[in-house]
Design a binder for this molecule. Structure first.
Ligand SMILES: [Zn+2]
Length: 180
């Protein structure tokens, strides 16, 4: 038993370090590992060189409906669904793998990642609790994040029908959501 718990602990520390490096908030670390809060805070300081940010996690589904976050969230979530199905790993590992792919994708496109790891994790939890659904765009056929029970008929996504202000000014109008 003692050996097993040591192995388990090493795995949890490794996971916590990986999550911290990807930008996880403390609440995410506490939910996904059984390490103590003090231990997690010490790990966080060691990895990041600073204390974890205080305060509540964002807890509204509305953020995922705004234009650029919706596109980024939909990209992430479709990757997550694929990972969960094909790789058959635990949700947190599917989240980490999908999030790395998402970061790689935005880097290749030269875009700032709008979705933080904590937001991505929150998104998966919203889906699991039935607050969100995916809706298929009637023009491009892609699947996009939507509120649960929103009408699906005639849905057109933000890529096929961008708001008129989108484009040149979209970053200026949506400052740095990735830090939360
Ligand atoms: Zn579309």
């Amino acid at each position: 038993m003692a050996t097993r718990s040591v192995v388990l602990e090493v795995k949890e520390v490794a996971l916590a370090i990986e999550l911290i490096e990807l930008g996880a908030r403390l609440q995410l670390l506490e939910a996904e590992t059984s390490l103590s809060r003090d231990r997690l805070i010490r790990l966080y300081k060691e990895v990041k060189g600073e204390s974890p940010p205080k305060g509540m996690l964002p807890f509204s589904t509305d953020w995922f409906m705004t234009w650029q976050p919706n596109i980024h969230s939909s990209l992430f979530y479709s990757t997550f669904q694929f990972m969960s199905r094909e790789a058959r790993c635990e949700p947190i590992h599917a989240i980490v793998k999908s999030y790395r792919l998402y970061l790689e994708h935005t880097r290749l496109l030269g875009e700032e990642p709008a979705l933080s790891l904590t937001r991505a994790w929150t998104l998966v939890r919203y889906f699991a609790s039935g607050l969100l659904q995916t809706t298929q765009c009637t023009r491009c056929g892609g699947h996009f994040v939507a509120h649960a029970h929103d009408p699906r008929r005639g849905y057109v996504c933000g890529l096929c029908q961008p708001p008129s202000r989108a484009g040149r000014t979209r970053r200026a109008s949506q400052p740095a959501p990735a830090t939360t």
